[in-house]
Design a protein around this ligand. Structure first.
Ligand code: FAD
Ligand code: 2HG
Ligand code: ZN
Length: 477
């Protein structure tokens, strides 16, 4: 169990008894799951590295039901763990001990879509891909996209402030989320579900729920500003001889593709080895030390193509890029994207994954990978680096056949100290969850963490919402 490896103590919460189960059965008829077999998946994270021992799963359908459940849990001092698609990568989406799992999966209603303003209002449990499909019929799209789109839910995306593949174009959820409805620890419904683009009336409370990983409230509904779906999409995968040239390509792409640039992703050569050996995928171009994926999304195919061709002529002509291919039809676009999107899945085939999600200044971005390879040497199966280069976000992953404590000690705290030295972030987009909460100080000052703890205490005085997550243990106790 996770709690054993990480040596955490269970908080002073009540334990569920048969009376509690009867109350939940009355509040959510037929939607209270206590069968241990059925609970295994909900207790285990996507990486299969964190496992809790919850004995109860609740599946509300409405905000009122969530409110009733929380009111009761608050009165009984029962801990609650909100769960969306359970695709989180930091152990935040599964219980640590016997917290009740509150799943939003049945809260999957789309409330409204305004085709003119591009505003979507929906319940928190809507799956990202399903929302995108729905919007596509009226010429709109979601402002975020990630490899987990088929399972992750919009409430989970908001709670982790997920970034993803197109953040450089459409911005973070702190900008595109217009409103949030949330249920607080004591059951109070906080309605900040505005659909206004502009509203400077007091503190912007919805922002507190974006990226707070279920520690301040349960997000029950959201409103989001959605861009128009582009008319034309192109995707290039380019082979590059060294990292400096990846940066030069980024600079040129920003300048020459301008407003149509929608993604700039990066992979090093071990990424291709990884998907080749673990997923049987093929490299569409010749093998090179580095690769960049450049996507354009615009409203005029001929115009976009012309811009992309001029860009390619320049980067190939100047030797910034050595090889490449461009996809314009959706099947080829999808097959190139899947090389990048399936890296996280491919890593799992190696056994144990040490996963790091770091923001760094571009000048130092790849030096960390070089230093890490030298450090872990032959203890690791592989060290692979990829990420959202356009956003300065590095995904550094190291694998070994099984958990290896010596290897972990080579990686941590070295990686956090290194990141802190260059004023980076130790979690760019995945959050802190259970696994990274104790490293928050590498990216935030003591005063900032203290204020976070005060906000947590104010909004959840009994600490029943997603305990053992995001904030360091014993902080302020
Ligand atoms: P969960 O995993 O269920 O939960 C995540 C956290 O949010 C937990 O702390 C949970 O308690 C809380 N939570 C969930 N729902 C609610 C709610 N309604 N109210 C309050 N708290 C809630 N992340 C990125 O940022 N960018 C990526 O590109 C990206 N790619 C990924 C690719 C793959 C293949 C996988 C497996 C994961 C990826 N992730 C990425 C991480 C993850 O998918 C995202 O963080 C996603 O936003 C989580 O959504 P979810 O519904 O699965 O949430
Ligand atoms: C991605 O960008 C996700 O693919 C997952 O954020 C990153 O696997 C990872 O480390
Ligand atoms: Zn990512």
């Amino acid at each position: 169990l996770t709690s054993v490896r990480y040596n955490v103590q269970r908080g002073n919460f009540a334990r569920i008894n048969s009376e509690d189960v009867a109350v939940f059965e009355r509040l959510l008829p037929g939607r209270v799951i206590a069968d241990p077999e059925e609970l295994v998946g909900y207790n285990t994270d996507w990486l299969r590295m964190c496992r809790g021992s919850s004995r109860l799963l609740l599946r509300p359908k409405t905000t009122e039901e969530v409110s009733e459940v929380m009111k009761y849990c608050y009165s009984r001092n029962l801990a609650v763990m909100p769960q969306g698609g359970n695709t989180g990568l930091v152990g935040g989406s599964v219980p640590v001990f016997d917290e009740i799992i509150l799943s939003t999966s049945l809260m999957n209603k789309i409330v409204s879509v305004d085709e003119i303003s591009g505003t979507l209002v929906c319940q928190a449990g809507c799956v990202l891909e399903a929302l995108n499909t729905h919007l596509s019929d009226v010429g709109l799209m979601m402002p975020l996209d990630l490899g987990a789109k088929g399972s992750c839910q919009i409430g989970g995306n908001i709670s982790t402030n997920a970034g993803g593949l197109r953040l450089m174009r459409y911005g973070s959820l702190h900008g595109s989320v217009l409103g949030v409805e949330a249920v607080q620890a004591d059951g109070t419904v906080l309605d900040c579900l505005s659909t206004l683009r502009k509203d400077n009336t007091g503190y912007d409370l919805k922002q507190l729920f974006i990226g707070s990983e279920g520690t301040l409230g349960i997000v029950t509904a959201v409103s989001i500003l959605c861009p128009r779906k582009p008319q034309s999409i192109n995707l290039a995968i380019l082979g590059v001889s060294d990292f400096q040239n990846c940066l030069k390509a980024l600079k040129e792409a920003r300048g020459m593709l301008g407003e149509i640039l929608s993604a700039f992703e990066f992979m090093d050569s071990p990424c291709i080895d990884l998907v080749r050996s673990n997923l049987n995928l093929t490299n569409p171009i010749s093998d090179k030390p580095f690769y960049v994926l450049i996507e354009t999304a615009g409203s005029n195919g001929a115009h976009d193509e012309e811009k992309l061709n001029l860009f390619l002529e320049k980067v190939l002509g100047e030797g910034i890029v050595e090889d490449g291919t461009v996809a314009t039809d959706s099947t080829k676009i999808q097959s190139i994207w899947s090389i990048r999107e399936r890296l996280a899945e491919a890593l799992l085939h190696d056994g144990y994954v040490y996963k790091y999600d770091i923001s760094l200044p571009l000048a130092n971005f790849y030096d960390l990978v070089i230093d890490m390879r030298e450090r872990v040497d032959d203890l690791a199966t592989r060290v692979v680096a990829y990420g959202h280069l356009g956003d300065g976000n590095l995904h550094l992953n190291i694998t070994s056949p099984t958990y290896d404590h010596d290897l972990l000690e080579k990686i941590e705290p070295f990686i956090y100290e290194w990141t802190s030295r260059y004023k980076g972030s130790i979690s760019a987009e995945h959050g802190l969850g259970f696994k990274k909460k104790d490293f928050i100080h590498f990216s935030k000052t003591q005063k900032a963490v203290e204020l976070m703890q005060q906000i947590k205490d104010l909004m959840d005085p009994k600490g029943i919402l997603n305990p053992y997550k995001m904030l360091p243990d014993k902080y302020g106790d």
